[in-house]
Design a binder for this molecule. Structure first.
Ligand code: SAM
Length: 222
């Protein structure tokens, strides 16, 4: 899979690409991530990428010219073009799976008041939100999409921590996890987990997952 990320702050994205599972997936060639600085397609001396909003009001807007030129530099193969935006379709488990099946994603990070609306219709780009709150830029949302999608690429996570047991995969939350020591500050791990009885453990995990879902996310059971 290939992912192109367009941003005016490539430095925000660089660190996470070197670390942990994402860094290893890139080093192992399981995913090809290319980060592009939109300013490289700006044509003035100041390398400007924003301008005042038509109609007035506070805040700047990302100009269409450098952004369109940047994305068009990928032609003819842009893949699925996504503009990170609080106004977009909200990211969830199903959308992550849908994106993970794509061979190529192009992620555009907005800044300021957002990007000129003509990008949505004319690039075209589909808008994607990571939740109902507003961040200062699309770089962290792009990394959220990238990490969620990367986890689903075969070979990225080991069999023992298969994503099939993760929260949301079968509609409910994951079961609680425990590790050594068996007793910590007076709290014992549930006896069933050290019983060696795999059928009982499976039953306990299912019930504990359902109880946790009822407590924390009753909407998932509705
Ligand atoms: N004026 C915009 C609004 O109220 O919808 C907010 C713009 S925000 C300050 C700047 C950029 O951050 C956006 O263009 C987008 O790329 C990114 N961003 C902020 N919140 C986001 C979210 N929840 N999901 C995805 N991207 C987001």
């Amino acid at each position: 899979m290939r992912v192109d990320i367009f941003t005016i702050f490539p430095g925000i994205i660089a660190g996470p690409l070197r670390e942990s599972l994402l860094g290893k997936a890139i080093a192992d060639g399981l995913i090809d991530v290319r980060v592009h600085d939109i300013r490289d397609w700006s044509t003035d001396k100041r390398r400007s990428v924003d301008d005042e909003a038509f109609g007035g009001g506070p805040g700047m807007v990302m100009k269409p010219e450098p952004l369109f030129a940047a994305v068009e530099s990928l032609d003819p193969e842009r893949g699925r073009v996504i503009l990170l935006s609080p106004a977009g379709r909200r990211l969830d488990r199903d959308l992550v799976h849908e994106l993970a099946a794509e061979p190529h994603l192009t992620l555009i990070c907005g800044r300021y008041e957002g990007v000129d609306e003509r990008a949505v219709a004319q690039l075209p780009a589909e808008e994607l939100s990571i939740g109902d709150y507003v961040l200062s830029g699309g770089e962290l949302p792009a990394l959220v999409v990238l990490e969620a999608v990367t986890r689903l690429i075969p070979g990225v996570i080991g069999k023992e921590e298969s994503h099939e047991q993760d929260s949301f995969e079968d509609g409910i939350l994951d079961h609680p996890h425990y590790t050594r020591p068996r007793e910590f500050r007076g709290m014992e791990v549930p006896e069933v987990l050290v019983s060696g009885d795999h059928a009982r453990i499976e039953r306990w995990r299912r019930e504990a997952a359902e109880a946790k879902t009822r407590r924390n996310r009753p909407d998932l059971l509705a």
